[in-house]
Design a protein around this ligand. Structure first.
Ligand code: PMP
Length: 360
């Protein structure tokens, strides 16, 4: 068996022991004579898998009783539309913070259904920082305030959550959910695609406070209405059973390994290794400003596109894969989610040092 160090932004590396467990279970899931992919989603074996995954998530994130956990499909991108459809009231008005490409997509989708105020943006410096939010920025008639907690493409993250008082905070947490403790009670809705910290792609998690369910606009399709899925325990239609099973294994792995608090310690250690090298490097530069630096996605450049290209190809040849920055920003990006090992980060730093010696 030969596994590379996979720095991809999502789908992303999974814990090896989770993949091995899936391999053991694949053809005959624990004596059932069939794979999880072949089981009825209404049968008791699958129902146990589904309920365990939800229970694990509730324990890991300490989700209060008055929040529903929905297991959906369509990616975080579908939630860009579902959020306004479910949360807009009579004014159909919301505040959004523009911290990058995913925020922009969320804004564009909400604009189809109502009025969006972009109350702050970091676009003026190519999204290398997180704007400061103060209550004077919030619109009095906004039904909610939307943020993207971690900006996967630019490698920025909110150093602290904005205080929105009594307003409803909605968060696209796709790329840092479960990477550190978040106080769920501070949010009205949290949503995330699974393919970074939770499991394979195909599952979208929505955590929504009970009072925000049941008020969707009349035009809302059933499949986008939170009530549909809350009422049916996410079994209105066929769920992505195998992805939920995989997510359950990843969540088990997290619980066995100290939960979200331990993940944060490891993630901070890994990120510090990279950033401390970058800060003293004479060749590489990390463009993101200090306290906005993500511990999940580290972006860096040499300042010379040809050299960046050479770095990426030599890294590939050294088993360090997926380091190419997003096509919209170029340079390099190392995504180091929960399942990414410290050993992999050490290997990358070693390789960067060698590359600097040869090309600096
Ligand atoms: N939001 C963020 C922060 C993301 O990183 C991504 C995907 N990389 C998305 C939304 C879109 O997610 P999906 O592909 O699940 O629709």
């Amino acid at each position: 068996m030969s596994r590379c160090f996979n720095f991809s932004a999502g789908p992303a590396t999974l814990p090896l022991e989770v993949l091995q467990q899936a391999q053991v279970d694949l053809v005959d899931f624990r004596g059932t004579g069939m794979s999880v992919m072949e089981m009825s989603h209404r049968g008791k074996d699958y129902m146990t898998i589904h309920q365990n995954a939800e229970r694990n998530l509730r324990v890991l994130m300490d989700i209060p009783e008055n929040y529903k956990v929905l297991f959906l499909q369509g990616g975080a991108s579908t939630q860009f539309a579902a959020i306004p459809l479910n949360l807009f009231g009579a004014n159909r008005s919301a505040d959004y913070v523009n911290t990058g490409a995913w925020s922009k997509k969320a804004i564009a989708e909400a604009q189809r259904f109502g009025t969006v105020q972009v109350i702050a943006s970091s676009e003026d410096r190519n999204f290398t920082y997180i704007p400061t939010l103060t209550s004077s920025l919030y619109s009095a008639d906004a039904d909610y305030i939307h943020i993207t907690s971690n900006n996967t493409i630019y490698g920025t993250c909110y150093p602290t959550l904005p205080d929105v008082g009594n307003m409803t905070l909605v968060c696209d947490m796709s790329s840092d959910i479960l990477s550190k403790p978040y106080d769920v009670s501070k949010f009205g809705v949290i949503y995330a695609g699974a393919q970074k910290n939770i499991g394979p792609s195909g599952l979208t998690i929505v955590i929504v406070r009970d009072d925000l369910i049941g008020n969707a606009l009349d035009i809302t399709p059933s499949m986008l209405n939170f009530q549909t899925h809350a009422d049916s325990g996410s079994m209105f239609n066929t769920p992505p059973c195998f992805t939920i099973y995989m997510a359950g294994l990843v969540l088990d792995w997290m619980l066995r390994n100290g939960g979200v608090e331990a993940m944060e310690v490891r993630n901070k250690e890994k990120a510090a290794l990279l950033y401390s090298f970058l800060d003293q490097s004479t060749l590489f530069n990390a463009p993101v400003e200090g306290d906005a630096r993500s511990i999940m996605n580290t972006t860096f450049v040499t300042g010379d596109e040809a050299l960046d290209k050479l770095f990426i190809s030599q890294a590939e040849a050294n088993n360090l894969r997926g380091l190419k920055g997003h096509r919209s920003v170029g340079g390099m990006r190392a995504s180091i989610y929960n399942a990414f090992t410290k050993e992999g980060v050490e290997k990358l730093v070693e390789f960067m040092k060698d590359f600097e010696r040869s090309n600096g």
